[in-house]
Design a protein around this ligand. Structure first.
Ligand code: ADP
Ligand code: MG
Length: 314
C-alpha cells in the first residue's frame, strides 16, 4: 500500500516481559505537520518513538515511516529520519560549530557544504553567538537545541523529538518552542512527545493521547477540546454526601472529579438556561452546590477527562 502519510501505524503491540505497554496502537501522521504524542510518564511514548525510528521492534502490527516499512526497510527509514531525545549526543569537547560540521561530514557532505549547513542551523537555532564555544559550556537548553540541530543536518523527512523540553526551565523551554515552531514551516514532519499539555497546545497541529497502550483521542487541539465539551462547568459541593449524590446523578456526564476538593466538572456549552437546568437537577433544594464557574476547556482538562473517560470503560 502506498501512502502519503509521514507515519502510518496499525495495531502496534509491544510488551516487556508480561508488561503489555502498547496494546494495538493506531496512528496516522500527515506530512509536514507538528504532531504531538501526549501521555503521562510511563504511558509508552518513548517505546512508540523507538519503534517508529527502528530502534526497537514491535511484537505485532505494522508501521510505515516516510512510506517505508520500519521492519523490512530499516536502513532506508533511518536515512530519512532523525531522533533526538533527553539524552544529548553532543560532544562536549567540541564547539557547537564543530559538532554540526562533524555530523555533516559523517553524513557525507563535503567540508564546505557541511560548514554552510552548520552555519545555517546555528542561525536557525539561535546559537550563532555561541558557535565558537565548547558545547560543554552551554546551558541545558542550548545543548538541547544543538542536539536537535545535529539531527537536522541531513534534512530528515521526519524528526522525532522525545520530550525535548523535559527538565528545562521556562525560558529554555520557550526558546525550544520558538525553534520548533520555526521548523514547522520548513516541511519536515515533527513528532514530539511530551507530558506537558501546554506544550502540545502551543506547538502541535495535531495531538494524540496515549493511555493504557492505545490512542484514546486524536485530532486538532481545538477539536479535542470540543469533544469533551468546549467549556466546562466546574461545581464545588458543600458536603461529601452532596458531592456523592451529584456524582450519582451526573454519572458518565462527569468529566472529572476531585473527591478531596468536593469538585466535579461537566461539559457545557455555557448556555445559561442549560446551566440553570443542570444545577436544578443536581441541587433541587439549593443547598448542595457551594459554587460554580464556567471555563473554557484547557487541554489539561481535556487530557484528564479523556483518561478518566477511558478508564471508566474498563
Ligand atoms: N527496555 C525496557 N524493559 C522493560 N520495561 C520497559 C523498557 N522500556 C520501557 N519499559 C516500560 O514500559 C513502560 C513505558 O515506558 P516508556 O515508553 O519509556 O514511557 P514514557 O516514555 O511514556 O514515559 C514503562 O512502564 C516502562 O517501565
Ligand atoms: Mg519517555
Amino acid at each position: 500500500m502506498t501512502t502519503d502519510a509521514a507515519i502510518e501505524a496499525v495495531g502496534v503491540r509491544k510488551a516487556f516481559g508480561d508488561h503489555q505497554v502498547l496494546r494495538g496502537l493506531d496512528l496516522t501522521v500527515p506530512r509536514g505537520i507538528v504532531f504531538s504524542l501526549l501521555g503521562p510518564n510511563g504511558a509508552g511514548k518513548t517505546t512508540t518513538v523507538r519503534i517508529f525510528s527502528t530502534l526497537s521492534r514491535a511484537d505485532g502490527g505494522s508501521v510505515r515511516v516516510a512510506g517505508l516499512d520500519v521492519r523490512t526497510d530499516r536502513q532506508r527509514v533511518r536515512s530519512r529520519i532523525s531522533l533526538t531525545g533527553q539524552y544529548t549526543a553532543v560532544d562536549v569537547a567540541q564547539t557547537g560549530e564543530e559538532n554540526l560540521q562533524m555530523v555533516g561530514e559523517l553524513a557525507g557532505l563535503r567540508r564546505r557544504d557541511a560548514r554552510r549547513r552548520a552555519e545555517e542551523l546555528l542561525d536557525q537555532f539561535d546559537l550563532t553567538e555561541a558557535a565558537g564555544r565548547r558545547a560543554g559550556t552551554y546551558s541545558g537548553g542550548m545543548r538541547r537545541r544543538l542536539d536537535l540541530a545535529a539531527g537536522l543536518v541531513g534534512r530528515p523527512e521526519v524528526a522525532f523529538l522525545d520530550e525535548p523540553t523535559s527538565g528545562l526551565d521556562l525560558p529554555a523551554r520557550q526558546a525550544m518552542w520558538r525553534v520548533i515552531s520555526d521548523l514547522a514551516g520548513s516541511g519536515v514532519t515533527i513528532v514530539l512527545t511530551t507530558q506537558y499539555l501546554e506544550e502540545a497546545d502551543q506547538l502541535a497541529d495535531r495531538v494524540a493521547v496515549l493511555n493504557d497502550g492505545r490512542i484514546i483521542a486524536d485530532g486538532r487541539p481545538h477539536v479535542l477540546k470540543q469533544q469533551v465539551g468546549g467549556r466546562r462547568l466546574e461545581l464545588t459541593f458543600t458536603t461529601e454526601p452532596a458531592f456523592d449524590s451529584a456524582l450519582r446523578i451526573l454519572s458518565h456526564r462527569a468529566l472529572s472529579r476531585d473527591q478531596h476538593a468536593l469538585a466535579i466538572s461537566v461539559g457545557t456549552d455555557g448556555d445559561a438556561a442549560r446551566v440553570r437546568a443542570l444545577l436544578d437537577e443536581i441541587d433541587p433544594d439549593r443547598d448542595r452546590v457551594r459554587s460554580f464557574a464556567v471555563h473554557d476547556a484547557s487541554l489539561d482538562a481535556v487530557f484528564l477527562a479523556l483518561i478518566q473517560k477511558d478508564s471508566s470503560h474498563v
